[in-house]
Design a protein around this ligand. Structure first.
Ligand code: NAD
Ligand code: UDP
Length: 321
């Protein structure tokens, strides 16, 4: 028999959060979307506003929250380097104070809670590919530190609540994920390249473009989220979630140009400080514990994302950050 759960998604109006709300409603749950619209937008959830099992609450997770829920997905946090570096103090507050408040809530109501952590906890990794037992190589005082270190601290808090209060936690280390509803102006590489290609502007390659990333399509990631939340209580993670296909930024640019038929030239720009040189998940643990692996190849996911941006650009003018 299906049991309808009361599920809270913080950051639910963001890119990943809005897809997660869709999925949870499809699965027959009551969804409470909590967001302060720092980087998210009502457009991402506009189609859900009339859904009888969907509720939107404007709230900043750096303040306590008292609600009755069975499960919490804690996604609230700016994810784009452009956004979090523009608001570094607020980013740390969101990750750390937000984690404390959401963990406190989970403890009070006995909810299971999942943390959207990140591959950035590995910093500029000296081990490749990255597996969960690698402790990382992170600069504590650089421009990316507000994000990396606060996400690391949030993981610490999750595990301390787990050990000290027997809270049921799930920690997902998400690698670069892309898809429809990315903010075209938030400066991440996939949205930047697609918007630039569709508008025949130069594709901005930072540094030599030889740095690598591994790109997971959003539908694959959401499936992993749901499986992780439903996994046995004795498995708290952390678990890497991402697509192990590894590409240089130059390869990504060339693929986007090919798929859009763009006339955009490649243009090099300075490499941002502390930009990780390589990133690729070892997903053996996710395969074993969640029976999960990504299914959508990069070219296929890019086509869907390009179609989304193509439509969006027809409605309004945007310029990549
Ligand atoms: P996003 O910026 O689209 O979504 C973040 C959401 O959190 C936004 O809706 C924003 O308004 C909200 N938010 C920010 N601060 C808040 C606060 N103080 N209170 C309430 N809401 C707040 O980013 P995303 O890509 O959807 O990322 C979601 C989560 O996944 C983040 O925690 C991010 O760190 C993590 N993550 C994402 C990726 C990725 O590639 N997309 C990779 C690693 C980790
Ligand atoms: N990047 C780029 N051009 C852009 C935006 C980003 O070459 O217009 C590079 C960036 O330097 C990094 C990679 O693409 O090496 C991924 O950047 P993103 O901001 O998407 O996420 P990150 O993985 O760095 O958090």
């Amino acid at each position: 028999m299906h049991i309808r759960k009361r599920v809270m998604v913080t950051g639910g109006a963001g890119f990943l959060g809005s897809h997660l709300c869709d999925r949870l409603l499809d699965d027959g749950h009551d969804v409470l979307c909590v967001d302060n619209f720092f980087t998210g937008t009502k457009d991402n959830i506009a189609h859900l506003m009339d859904h009888v099992h969907f509720e939107l609450m404007r709230h900043d997770v750096t303040f306590p929250l008292y609600v009755e829920v069975d499960q919490i997905y804690n996604l609230a946090c700016p994810a784009s380097p452009v956004h979090y570096q523009r608001h570094p103090v607020q980013t740390t507050k969101t990750s750390v104070h937000g984690a404390i408040h959401m963990l406190g809530l989970a403890r009070r109501v006995g909810a299971r809670i999942l943390q959207a952590s990140t591959s950035e906890v590995y910093g500029d990794p000296q081990v490749h590919p990255q597996s969960e037992d690698y402790w990382g190589h992170v600069n504590p005082t650089g421009p990316r530190s507000c994000y990396d270190e606060s996400k690391r601290c949030a993981e610490t808090l999750f595990f301390d609540y787990h050990r000290q209060h027997q809270l049921e936690i799930k920690v997902a280390r998400i690698f670069n994920t892309y898809g429809p509803r990315m903010d075209p102006e938030d400066g991440r590489v996939v949205s930047n390249f697609i918007v630039q290609a569709l508008t025949n502007q130069p594709i901005t390659i930072y540094g030599t473009g030889e740095q690598t990333r591994s790109f997971c399509f959003v539908d694959d990631l959401i499936e992993a989220f749901v499986r992780l939340m439903g996994s046995p209580p004795e498995f708290p993670g952390p678990v890497n979630l991402g697509n192990p296909g590894e590409f240089t930024m130059r390869e990504l640019a060339e693929l986007v140009i090919e798929l859009t038929g763009s006339r955009s030239p490649l243009e090099t720009h300075p490499l941002p400080e502390d930009d990780p040189r390589q990133r690729c998940p070892d997903i053996q643990l996710a395969r074993e514990r969640l029976g999960w692996e990504p299914r959508v190849p990069l070219a296929e996911g890019l086509k869907k994302t390009i179609a989304y941006f193509d439509e969006l650009l027809g409605q309004r003018s945007v310029s990549p950050s």
